[in-house]
Design a protein around this ligand. Sequence first.
Ligand code: SF4
Ligand code: SF4
Length: 56
Amino acid sequence: MAYVISDECIACGACAAECPVNAISEGDGKYVIDASLCTECGSCANTCPVGAPKAE
Ligand code: SF4
Ligand code: SF4
């Protein structure tokens, strides 16, 4: 289980700076989470201005 960034992402990069395990990187038009690294801490969801990271 991991958080997943939806297409609502506006690629602002705020979540990547807050992830404690560096699981978030810039993808094609939006940011993406490496599910093998995500610890489901929720920091990205709390930081995102548009609520794009969701717990799957
Ligand atoms: S839930 Fe936490 S560990 Fe997972 S991508 Fe978001 S900030 Fe990183
Ligand atoms: S904080 Fe939200 S909008 Fe910004 S890059 Fe992360 S998921 Fe996308």
